[in-house]
Design a protein around this ligand. Sequence first.
Ligand code: GTR
Length: 669
Amino acid sequence: MTERRLLTALLTILNVAPFHAEAAAVEARESWKASPRQVEALMKRRPDTNYREDKVPKYTLPDPLVMVDGTKVTDARMWKTKRRPEVLELFRKQVYGTAPVERPEDMTFKIVNVDSQALDGRATLKRVLVTITGPRGQLSTTMSIFLPNSAKKPVPVFLLLSHRDPDSTDWTRKIKRPFWPVEQIIARGYGTAAIQVTDFAPDRRDGWQHGVHTIFDKPDVPAQAWGTLAAWAWTGSRAMDYFETDDDVDAAKVAVVGQSRGGKTALWAGARDQRFAMAVSNCSGCGGAALSRRRYGETVKRINTNFPHWFCDNFSKYNDAEDDLPVDQHMLIALMAPRLVYVVSAEEDLWADPKGEFLSARHASKVYHLLGLKGLEAQNMPPVETPIHAGRIGHHIHAGRHDLIEYDWQRFMDFADRHFKGNDLIFSCDFESDDWYKKFGMRRSPERVEAVSSDPARKFEPQEGKAIRIKVDQGGHYGASIMYRFKDQIGAEPEQIYFRYYLRFADDWNPARGGKLPGISGTYNRAGWGGRPSNGRNGWSARGQFNGQRNGKTPIGYYCYHADMRGRYGSGWIWDTEKRGHLENNRWYCVEQYVKMNTPGNNDGILRGWVDGQPAFEKTDVRMRDVDTLKIEAVWLNVYLGGKWTAKSDHHLYIDDVAIARDYIGPIQ
Ligand code: GTR
């Protein structure tokens, strides 16, 4: 057991979810504040720049969930299909500029050097020559990739977009800088790559007359043509093109990292290219993570004056006119949703506005919430060196100045451990092994349940390998009742849990009325099922249910025994968001549930549901219990036709890829 697992197990036993423990730790100590002495000194040195919190003007941020025409964004689908593209286009046109091409047609990757014994045998080094050819010329750069020899391939990779001198990313490792601590990254089982973005676009005021600009741009540069940061972000996407061809790299788990101007770039790279699973903004400040409207430290006017080549020309329209921007930088972070983002500030880096960076991450969280996920949940800024990692937006403030240091890298890897390596997974079962039932603590394979890899008579097609087939006999009710009991398996019962399974109704599935599906429970064999009503002290359950079949579709939902129920039977709550809860036969669906127990006596228990990663249900006022001895006892893979009615014919369904976790799981990528 690793230290972190041990801690998590301990916290579970104490019934403190790690998220709450973390939040409590963050709120308990005093929030970070700019040192008054530093503020005074800076105000003297740069009287034209504001470093005082009380001089931050009043501002109203644009709402990431309101379209330009005023329409409210009410669900995940609308975010993805309407608002996200709109926000992306606003950033293209008004801030970073539009790249004239995406993946160039003429691009080659040549592995010029492989050293399988790099770092004293601990890593494999690959040097990849990336060459692009456009209508007006050719450019190339050589990317360095280190992959841990001990890790299972493919491995997740941290891609550093480096704008610093080549010594900062020395692939011979004679020069070692904290900016790219390859040895430490390899030691933790991650791969890492560095690409010199200035090879494709030099960091110069006349930069648009060089590099990729000369190759692809038309000579008359429009106001929304790409600036240097956009050209760098585009370079990152070319590295991603390569990763997709390398079997040793897990291209679905690539984090794009940058420091300062590189951090602005990493955020834009992640926003525009959804292949990046995570974007890391280290001290990115103005034009990166910091809110422009706060006009604290570096401002839009200042950055456009000092670095006119970084953004598109339109951005200078907002010099001293930040309130006219149709976006602010929280919306840049929101473009990462539901993927991972990490925002780092430095204690002394007031030029980059640490508070503005924190607020940006917080306001971006609204979009994560719409998707049923946590973003950055802390209310107040944390103290220095107090990372926040529970949600999908990570954050910390490092001690000292504006830089990318080893402390930062270690925290990125902590965050990736937590979110890349299985979402704090407690249990998973893909039913591939013949004794899968032992994983659930059963001695024999249950009746009517069979692991199958083919079943053509019922039009079965596997997800991958085997699944279990559950049968309900003609004239019967009963399909399966497989329990994963937390106390038996991990020694403690949680207060909240995510449960995912894949469900496929077979060709013969045509229930006349309702019945039960897998779900989450705490019946303690006393109450909360089968006409044994809950009274808040005896038991509860939130099983899945189906509700007959109409036009070939089976509505699914929750069937819940709770303390506010009336009569002997539970409440049926059908999932209905945009009909996502209506399932067809002969198709796999990813069904996910989340239960959070209420505080005893209060109506604040939560039930959520997703189908294929889309939020399909939410109820936040459930009272499952009045006593804290009732908890989440089990995940209950229950299949039952009825109630009272019995099956008119044989019915089958399939279940696969069950997972139980402390964090949101999501469909298999
Ligand atoms: C500064 C610039 C910042 C920041 C930094 C850097 O001069 O004002 O926006 O990006 O450079 O890249 O280190």
